[in-house]
Each structure stands twice: as C-alpha cells, then as structure tokens.
Write a protein that binds this ligand. Structure first.
Ligand code: ZN
Length: 152
C-alpha cells in the first residue's frame, strides 16, 4: 500500500475511533444483538431499525479498542439505507478484504476499505470484524451474543 494512502486510512480510523458516528441506543429497534471479542475485550451492542427489508437506522454502543469502535462506526454509516441483502453482500466483501487473498481487493467497499491495513495484524482482524458478526447476529435474530471465539 502506498504511504500516502496508508496515512489517509490511518486518519479515518483514528477519527472514527475517537468520534464514533451513530453511537448510542435506538429507541425503536427492530433488531438487536450483542457482540464480544474476548481476545481484546471489545464488547458492543448493535441495534437496527429495519423497515420493509431496508435498514432505516443503525446505532451501536459499548466499549472497545480504537479498531473495533472505528469499524462499528464505519459499519453503521455504510449500512444505513441499504437493504438487508445489500448489507449481507457488503459483509462478504468486507470479510474478503480482511481475510481473502491480498491480490483480490473487493470493489464497492467505499470507506470501509480504510480497514484494509488491519490484515497485516492478524490479532486485530477480530476487532475489525466484530461489528459485522454482530450485524449478522442481529439480522438473523440470534439470541446468544455473537463472539469472535467459538463457544467453549
Ligand atoms: Zn479490539
């Protein structure tokens, strides 16, 4: 990755980590789930308001490291206004960005691409994907908290 781009990406992550967008509770949430990443101590709750198959609003709360907070902030920005199917497709592209072969950079990620650098730090990948696993849990109505670690 070229250094200018890396710096820009870093700035966006720091900005979203310090001033997360869509942080708070959603009074009339239709979907909600908790997510935990025990390896880092990240813990968040994601709430959605889905109307006619479209994500009208998304909020998150909780506490975590800068990467998990920035990722959750970017996620809520990205999925608001999307259909559930579009959000699921975005999840797959985002997952491919972090865990797929490096030569394949998925298109259509928008700002989420700033998290590409995380792939160089395998221990932080779970911080970056936590909000997305929590999104899956919320959309599929899982009652158990989503965890980046398999249940013991
Ligand atoms: Zn973390």
């Amino acid at each position: 990755m070229n250094p200018d781009l890396r710096n820009l990406y870093q700035e966006v992550i720091v900005d979203h980590g310090r001033r997360p967008r869509n942080f708070g509770v959603l009074a009339d949430a239709s979907h909600q789930a908790e997510g935990v990443n025990p390896l880092c101590g990240d813990h968040l709750t994601l709430a959605l308001q889905v109307v006619d198959g479209r994500i009208a609003a998304a909020r998150f709360s909780g506490a975590g490291c800068a990467i998990s907070t920035a990722s959750a902030s970017l996620l809520t920005e990205a999925i608001q206004g999307q259909t559930v199917a579009e959000a699921e497709a975005l999840f797959r592209r985002f997952h491919a960005l972090l865990t797929g072969p490096e030569e394949i950079v998925p298109e259509g990620l928008g700002k989420l691409a700033v998290l590409a650098g995380v792939r160089e730090f395998p221990s932080r990948i779970k911080c970056a994907t936590l909000a997305w696993h929590t999104l899956q849990a919320a959309l599929h109505g899982d009652r158990q908290a989503a965890s980046t670690e398999p249940a013991a």
